[in-house]
Design a protein around this ligand. Structure first.
Ligand SMILES: CC(C)(COP(=O)(O)OP(=O)(O)OC[C@H]1O[C@@H](n2cnc3c(N)ncnc32)[C@H](O)[C@@H]1OP(=O)(O)O)[C@@H](O)C(=O)NCCC(=O)NCCS
Length: 193
């Protein structure tokens, strides 16, 4: 049995093309490049960053979230390249229910190459095998089919729609809810052996 994750040494995840690692203040420019693009932020965090110190603040918040044992978020790099091209992680972790939620974003020049599917696959494996989760959940703006597709490709099921869940620029929008259960993940693992 692998030792369960307990917010000690930061866990580095490897996929065929990516390394998921801890973010540091050396990543300010990489994070700014991701989050200063409105195409990246529009269905995720809202407004695009305008100043480098916003990137500094999010990195600090992510690092504090880790040291406070509240959230676990990685910087995504191409293997053997130092620059952060995306971010992903568990935004909350309800220990009692063994349930956590994921989020992610990727700099636009790398979209459409299957990279986030790879990163989410690695997070899901970590979540079930090292955090001992029973359920991983995610949500996606109804206008964001690329995000929904990433979740579906990793095996998440569409659980439903919260209609007109949030208000933005004069209109209400739907939020799509997704989840992957431990037993579904294990069944898929056993099926692929
Ligand atoms: C969502 C996001 C992370 C996807 O990353 P990615 O590395 O491009 O994803 P992948 O290449 O692994 O998969 C994308 C899938 O969506 C599909 N897709 C992309 N745009 C689409 C569209 N407009 N309609 C339908 N499907 C679409 C792609 O074809 C691909 O599916 P396929 O492999 O079956 O062809 C990236 O677009 C992003 O960073 N978006 C902005 C941030 C964001 O929305 N984050 C999620 C918030 S919930």
């Amino acid at each position: 049995m692998t030792e369960l994750f307990s917010f000690g040494k930061f866990p580095i995840l490897e996929t065929p093309r990516l390394t998921l690692r801890e973010l540091t203040q050396n990543d300010v420019e990489g994070v700014f490049a991701i989050r200063s693009d409105f195409e990246v932020t529009r269905y995720n965090t809202g407004l695009a960053y305008e100043r480098l110190d916003q990137a500094r603040d999010i990195i600090q918040a992510i690092r504090t979230g880790y040291s406070d044992e509240i959230e676990l978020r990685w910087g995504i790099t191409l293997k053997d390249k130092p620059t952060v091209i995306g971010m992903c992680g568990f935004n909350y972790w309800v220990r009692h229910d063994r349930r956590a939620s994921i989020g992610y974003d990727l700099v636009r020049i790398h979209w459409g190459n299957g990279l986030m599917t790879e990163a989410v696959g690695a997070m899901v494996k970590f979540g079930f095998e090292q955090m001992n989760l029973n359920r991983i959940e995610a949500d996606a703006d109804g206008r964001n089919p690329a995000s929904a597709r990433v979740l579906e490709k990793v095996g998440f099921k569409h659980e439903g729609i919260q209609h007109e869940q949030f208000y933005e620029n004069g209109s209400f929008y739907n939020l799509h809810l997704f989840a992957l259960l431990r037993r579904e993940y294990l069944a898929k693992q056993n099926g692929s052996r």
